[in-house]
Design a protein around this ligand. Sequence first.
Ligand SMILES: O=P(O)(O)OC[C@H]1O[C@H](OP(=O)(O)OP(=O)(O)O)[C@H](O)[C@@H]1O
Ligand SMILES: NC(=O)CC[C@H](N)C(=O)O
Ligand SMILES: [Mg+2]
Length: 490
Amino acid sequence: MCGIVGIVSSGPVNQQVYDSLLLLQHRGQDSTGIATADGSRFHIVKAKGQVREAFRTRDMRSLLGNVGLGHVRYATKGAAGNEQEAQPFYVNAPYGIVLIHNGNLTNTRELNQELFHIDRRHLNTSSDTELLLNVLATELQGQVSGLDLEPDQVFDAVANVHERIEGSYAVISIIAGHGLLAFRDPFGIRPLVLGKRSDANALPGVQRDEWIVASESLVLEASGYEVVREVAPGEAIFITQNGEMYSRQCAKNPVLVPCSFEYVYLARPDSVMNGISVYEARLRLGNRLATTIADLTPMGDIDVVMPIPDSSRPAAMQVAQKLGVEYREGFYKNRYVGRTFIMPGQAERKKSVRQKLNAMSTEFKGKNILIVDDSIVRGTTSKEIVEMARAAGANKVTFTSAAPPVRFPHVYGINMPSREELIAHGRSFPEIARELGADHLIYQEISDMESAIIEGSDVKNLEMSCFTGEYVTGTVSPEYLAWVEATQRS
Ligand SMILES: O=P(O)(O)OC[C@H]1O[C@H](OP(=O)(O)OP(=O)(O)O)[C@H](O)[C@@H]1O
Ligand SMILES: NC(=O)CC[C@H](N)C(=O)O
Ligand SMILES: [Mg+2]
């Protein structure tokens, strides 16, 4: 999923980009990077790890310039621990371009061939973002003849990029000496929001705006930007170094199909995405789940409802309220351990669940516990949690998930490439419950998840492939999925 941000100001942007990345840390913990443009000169710092540990004071001092972008990575293509694949990526022609990307391309094999055999471009990593940058550079090269660059030339290049690449992509890029470019794939699978505020650095008497594009609206809110709007699916925004903003629809048949998993787990609850408050969507997911639970479980069987911190809290609160059962927090969370699902490697994820959560026996002894999590993917968290609840003296453990069973690989920016690792793949509900060690297991229905998320909004469809096996981009074939399964590690 990754977190991305780009800013155009008339003063230095390094601290603003850094602060924004801290707010997006929940979207990626593998590596991080910032690029700034000082006139036509780029300054780039990227490193493994999280924002606070990656950037030193001397790095920040080197990041000069009034246009900047930043990235926190959760790897989906290439290796998580590889510094070479940390973003941003850079190419020197035309003009000099740096680029960051949230999403995952699904035609990388074809692009690799095209870029090498036709465009004569060399790629030095297995990152799909490096491919994307080189496609953009090739298409931009095709549009320009001199040193000048018109917004329409940039938009024509993006239109060609849309024709060539497939998958999900929210992209921010700086074209040296010209400005900041941002665009979103024709399905708007990954989020991107545009904001502005009056530029306090502007020269006396000059009125200009400072612009920001970011993965989540909370970044804008926290820094005093007003939300202008979401970047539309297929749309490109170009903001010159002087703060003039241009936009154009660059895709032929754009249609909004945003990722359902953003609402279930990825995004921060205080963000609004595509007009939907993530927090409210999670409350509604809890309401719907409560109805399913009430249909399937005799109420006398539950003494307390418990969330698994952090992401399931809003849903669990609603489940408790709707069922009229007490809400208790029995798992204490160590705030210094990050999100376990986005850590690379199963051994680390498993170890971290124990480091992160501890069961307080006073809340469990002799009780029938209904546990609510936002989702069960590999079952890493739920297996450990059930064991911990039992060790803490729980009588019966009912495990519930505010999302439906995850049965299919995700190829649009969440690293779950193989079916085998998904606990719900090829298993019936009783079999999954047995695997988890739970007495009962209840999942949200797919249609309830969809309605809960989009209720009251203009969004008509959601990208739900990991629940349904239906992929919105046409070329995701069984052969492609088998190739991903065979070649990608999670
Ligand atoms: O079945 P699994 O493979 O374990 O994946 C699902 C779990 O991972 C996530 O938690 P995470 O610790 O990443 O983040 P959170 O603190 O936001 O809940 C999610 O909230 C579930 O608890
Ligand atoms: N999760 C993401 O958005 C990943 C971006 C890109 N595919 C990478 O692996 O670096
Ligand atoms: Mg969790």
